[in-house]
Ligand binder design. Structure first.
Ligand SMILES: *Cc1c(COP(=O)(O)O)cnc(C)c1O
Length: 385
């Protein structure tokens, strides 16, 4: 161990998640692996390697700096699609290298056209339309102006896609809103068709939509969280679980990530002594504690003070006192022969016990997405089978 903790990423778990998604969506749609947020905390370079070895050839990022990392990690000239941020200088690089990018407003449209013309190179674009998420996307009222512009500039553009994003497909409470979005998307699609504009790929579904609104699965799906082995929400899991009961009751998804550290030091504490900063934990009996060199600076949330658990010797042990910047103290009074240097599991399995990101997230009130992406980039990540 070089740092104070390390992360392992399982290749076989990825393959299993991918085949589950394939089984759900059928054989035709392209699966674009979403690797924004440092590949949901797993590390972009690792994930490109694992995904390509599993046959994935399409990646989605939020920003151009992420796309740049995918571009250099790819060994198979996989296609890269940018769904969000690009500065003007970055747009130049995008067009030059044949990546595709979401265009959600006239401003970007004009910039990308001028770059394409100046380079004499076609810009690959996905037109994102506003269907109800109300963050990015061309408005219905812009359709005429937009279609005219596209038709005039077909020599400078490749119309890779027409797309949108749903505002909360992971919860049934958004059902009406999502249904309306699907309808609006089809209105846009028909409108462009009527103008003679055809896009190579129609794509709208993220993980939750792909599982719970099958009609959103079109030519391509943009899948993030499922590939990393997590359900978008408890609700999506339950919705699928009922249906899965008829085939197998086993959770078809498998977590890729394990997060481990080792015991730094041990200490005896007398009954009545306070452990750590302040007075949040008073030893109720004579205790033995182990210091684990992982704290909030490493992504172990301060809200896990006196609440978090880790695994040592295959047993769940509790965090006692406050989580500090670089360490936690855990109660090992009940364990025998614990030594410095022994393995500590923060997320993952040890013997028959398992700490999942979900249970870790519930105690710290972070959802999977947030907890994963907050794992610092400098924790060493290695790929395991
Ligand atoms: C993040 C994102 C996705 C993937 O979402 P998951 O819930 O992780 O599958 C798909 N599309 C867009 C536009 C996104 O920003």
């Amino acid at each position: 161990m070089q740092g104070t903790s390390y992360i392992q990423i399982s290749k076989s778990a990825y393959k299993r998640n991918l085949s589950y998604i394939r089984q759900e969506i059928g054989e035709h749609p392209i699966i674009s692996a979403v690797v924004k947020g440092n590949a949901y905390g797993h590390g972009i370079e690792n994930m490109v390697k694992i995904a390509e070895s599993a046959g994935v050839r399409h990646f989605s990022t939020f920003s151009v700096d992420e796309a740049y990392r995918v571009f250099h990690a790819s060994k198979h000239r996989s296609h890269i699609m940018i769904m969000g941020m690009a500065t003007e200088a970055q747009l130049d690089w995008v067009v030059e290298n044949g990546l595709s990018i979401f265009v959600f407003g006239m401003d970007r449209m004009e910039k990308i056209l001028s770059i394409a013309k100046q380079k004499g190179k076609k810009a690959k674009i996905h037109i994102e339309v506003e269907t109800g998420f109300h963050r990015t996307g061309f408005e219905w009222s812009e359709r005429e102006k937009l279609s005219k512009l596209l038709i005039e500039n077909l020599d400078h553009l490749v119309l890779c896609g027409l797309c949108t994003h749903y505002a909360g497909a992971e919860s049934i409470s958004n059902y009406v809103r999502v249904k309306e979005q699907i309808e609006t998307f089809h209105k846009f699609k028909e409108y462009f068709k009527s103008k003679g504009l055809a896009f190579s790929l129609y794509h709208t579904a993220c993980s939750a939509a792909a599982l719970t609104y099958p009609e959103t699965v079109m030519d391509m799906v943009r899948i993030g969280i499922l590939l990393y082995g997590f359900w978008p929400s408890q609700e999506t899991y339950m919705a699928k679980y009922k249906h899965l009961l008829t085939q197998t009751t086993k959770n078809p998804l498998k977590r890729l990530l394990s997060w481990k550290s080792e015991i730094m030091s041990l200490k005896e504490v007398k009954m009545g002594d306070f452990i750590g900063y302040g007075t949040s934990y008073m030893a109720p009996r004579n205790m033995r504690i182990a210091l684990v060199p992982v704290g909030y600076a490493h992504g172990f949330s301060r809200t896990l003070s006196n609440l978090g658990k880790v695994l040592i010797h295959g047993k769940m042990v509790s965090v006692v006192g406050t989580v500090t910047m670089n360490s936690i103290a855990v109660d090992i009074t009940e364990l025998r022969n614990v030594k410095a240097g022994e393995e500590v599991i923060i997320i993952g399995k040890q013997k028959s016990q398992e700490l999942t990101v979900a249970s870790f997230g519930e105690t710290s009130q972070q959802v999977n997405y947030e907890l994963l992406t907050r794992l610092p980039q400098d924790i060493k990540r290695t790929i395991t089978t």
